[in-house]
Design a protein around this ligand. Structure first.
Ligand code: HEC
Length: 178
């Protein structure tokens, strides 16, 4: 009888462990990597952006954040990295070349549209994210700017960027402003 009692306690213990609540918030792998690096007190590895193997890996990176509802989310603020993340910059560059370069310069010279060079001096990173991910202009832009902003290619439903693409582009703009 005693044995059964002990077995019961063990089984209960195993059950309790399995039912521990999973961590509520998934951690950003980049933040985790940073934390590990700093805890080891190591210099982050040098990255060669032209390395074809790295480029291939970056191309395959899957976005981790999903907006399941499909509705654009109003972004209130962007946590910028302490030091720019080269992989994000590289992905941002790919988006920029493919989708924006035909109208926007990366410097501050206006072309078919304003240059991005001085964007972060004029507006918040969150404004950029909201602008290009399809958030309603009325929710974040000054009323007097709406008719101009509407003309951006990204404001058409089929052209809006994902949150990940937009965040990578913010990283690119930060890196260009250093
Ligand atoms: C066909 C031309 C065109 C393309 C392509 C285009 N835009 Fe625009 N964009 C505009 C126009 C026009 C405006 C409004 C006038 C202005 O700000 O110059 C604008 C405005 C913006 C603004 C607001 C600028 C500010 O200073 O307030 C952002 C941010 C922006 N675009 C981001 C993007 C991004 C990111 C891409 C690529 C994914 C992109 N645009 C592609 C034409 C374009």
């Amino acid at each position: 009888m005693k044995k059964i009692g002990i077995l019961f306690v063990i089984a209960l213990g195993i059950w309790a462990c399995q039912n521990e609540p999973k961590e509520a918030q998934a951690q950003d792998p980049r933040e985790m990597e940073k934390a590990i690096n700093s805890s080891l007190n190591e210099e982050p590895p040098q990255v060669d952006l032209n390395d074809p193997e790295l480029q291939e890996k970056v191309r395959k990176l899957e976005p981790k954040a999903h907006n399941n509802s499909g509705e654009p989310i109003l972004i209130k603020g962007v946590n910028l990295n302490e030091t720019v993340n080269p992989q994000m910059v590289m992905k941002g560059q790919q988006v920029y070349q493919k989708k924006c370069a035909s109208c926007h310069n990366l410097n501050d010279k206006a072309f078919k549209a304003s240059g991005f060079g001085d964007f972060l001096q004029r507006r918040e990173p969150a404004f950029f994210m909201n602008m290009v991910t399809g958030v309603k202009l009325e929710d974040f832009a000054p009323a007097s700017d709406i008719s101009t902003l509407k003309k951006c290619w990204t404001r058409q439903e089929s052209n809006k960027l994902t949150i990940i693409e937009a965040r990578d582009m913010v990283e690119l703009l930060v890196s260009e402003n250093q």
